[in-house]
Design a binder for this molecule. Structure first.
Ligand SMILES: CC(C)(COP(=O)(O)OP(=O)(O)OC[C@H]1O[C@@H](n2cnc3c(N)ncnc32)[C@H](O)[C@@H]1OP(=O)(O)O)[C@@H](O)C(=O)NCCC(=O)NCCS
Length: 425
């Protein structure tokens, strides 16, 4: 998990604290600037990031900072990002978790565990449906009820393999002032049908147009009808250079921050743009879904496809999560299920999911669990919910229990393309 750095500022050494967790842990929002600064110090050390940019980041997000204290002193914290996540064609209320960091002297004593448990119970009370994060360790988050639920796929295309692609449509520079709205519209249209993609908030959009490391960001659009755009690409250039006298500025790699295309024609136009950069650009790297439009336009073998990161998901609120996502069309079904959750009590127990024409409704059931009741833990539900693991795979792994009928039904309800998430936060 990372956060933005204020570009171009002189790094300042963080103040040093020493906190052994000996007293009762308490949890809550920041009460003062001094508390934010104490946590900024933890962030700076944990993420090897300048202290002053951590202070700025926490101040910007001050209402979304949550801290854990021992004996009244801040020992750790995190930031919550309110956004959405597309699943089954609908946007589900999602809180992303970023910047989880604990004072090095207070680590290994349960501070992060307490912070995560308190955060999830607070989010549950607020009715947040799900939570996503990029972990640096699975264990901590697995203990809090998260499970691996999808990958962030990276594609690297060596431009020497691409050759010449003719440019047969217009392309112009992207002007964020003028184009932000139509770019967002195109993103949403594409993201809606990509399970796992973020329904981006202001912060994620800001990260598209601004590089946290301060590199110059460039963008181009493929103009479309009605003043819209059919495609866009936003990127930085990352020098790999060894040309004599080039001061390391070229050759370079094109690091795409965001690229979306409406159709094949727009994909070919963006490919033609990359092709035209191939004398000094060595390769292009971007992130997307496995059925990515651009990836499918590459005419030659040689694109590397890798899992850059794995993201985790937490079903924060069973009723909201299953009620807000979409389901396959022409499906009318009723699924009884029983959930265990060792962190959020409100999720435990027996539920019924009724699906009718794309929409689902979840309610408590007092019916006794029967043969066709699916039994699973909140972690298995997260992997099932995003489509990362099917009901049958989860059953093979002993993570879900049910009759053939209930497994087949769950298999159908949560079927869809492999989930992915190109954005990092
Ligand atoms: C990761 C970090 C937040 C953990 O904080 P902490 O207060 O020491 O964690 P806790 O003591 O509450 O541990 C909770 C669980 O996570 C596990 N855990 C903690 N640190 C871990 C690590 N580095 N690797 C693997 N598991 C870890 C613990 O074993 C514990 O599980 P257990 O109850 O089964 O033993 C802390 O080490 C840190 O700030 N690291 C640097 C920043 C970072 O990596 N943040 C996470 C970003 S996603």
């Amino acid at each position: 998990m990372t956060h933005g750095e204020a570009a171009g500022k002189r790094p300042q050494a963080p103040p040093v604290h020493s906190r052994t967790v000996t007293k009762r842990l308490t949890f809550g929002p920041a009460r003062s600037a001094a508390e934010l600064e104490a946590q900024a110090s933890n962030e700076a050390l944990a993420f090897n990031t300048p202290y002053d940019s951590c202070v700025a980041w926490l101040h910007t997000n001050r209402n979304h900072v949550r801290l854990v204290r021992s004996g009244g002193h801040v020992v750790g914290g995190l930031v919550q990002y309110e956004m959405g996540q597309f699943l089954g064609g609908r946007s589900v209320r999602n809180t992303g978790i970023a910047g989880v960091a604990v004072d090095p002297t207070a680590r290994g004593q349960g501070a992060a565990r307490a912070l995560m448990r308190a955060t999830l119970n607070e989010l549950h009370r607020e009715g947040v449906a799900v939570s996503t994060l990029y972990p640096t360790t699975f264990i901590l988050y697995e203990r809090a009820g998260y499970a691996a639920a999808g990958h962030r796929y990276r594609f690297r295309l060596p431009l020497a393999r691409l050759g010449r692609v003719p440019a047969d449509a217009p392309l112009r520079r992207l002007d964020p002032e003028r184009d932000a709205k139509v770019v967002e519209r195109l993103y949403r249209r594409i993201a809606k049908d990509r399970p796992g993609w973020l329904d981006r908030n202001h912060f994620i959009w800001e990260r598209v147009y601004q590089d946290p490391g301060g590199a110059a960001v460039h963008g181009y659009v493929v103009p479309g009808g009605d003043g819209g755009v059919d495609g866009y690409v936003v990127y930085t250039q990352d020098a790999v250079g060894h040309y004599p006298g080039a001061a390391g500025r070229y050759p370079y790699g094109i690091k795409v921050r965001d690229v979306q295309v409406r159709d094949g024609a727009a994909a070919r136009r963006i490919m033609a743009f990359f092709s035209a950069c191939r004398t000094l650009a060595r390769d292009v790297t971007w992130h997307g879904a496995l059925d990515d439009h651009l990836l499918l336009q590459v005419p030659e073998i040689g694109t590397e496809i890798s899992v850059a990161e794995t993201w985790m998901q937490r079903i924060v609120h069973v009723q909201a999560a299953l009620g807000q996502r979409g389901y396959p069309p022409r499906t009318s079904a009723r699924l009884d299920f029983e959930v265990t959750d060792d962190v959020v009590a409100g999720n435990r127990g027996r539920w019924v999911l009724e699906v009718d024409r794309l929409a689902g409704k979840v309610s408590r059931t007092t019916r006794k669990a029967g043969r066709n009741t699916l039994r699973l833990d909140i972690r298995a539900l997260a992997s099932l919910y995003t489509g990362h693991l099917s009901a049958r795979r989860l059953a093979d792994l002993d993570l879900i229990e049910g009759s053939s009928t209930s497994l087949n039904l769950a298999e159908r309800l949560f079927a869809g393309p492999q989930p992915s998430m190109p954005d990092y936060f």
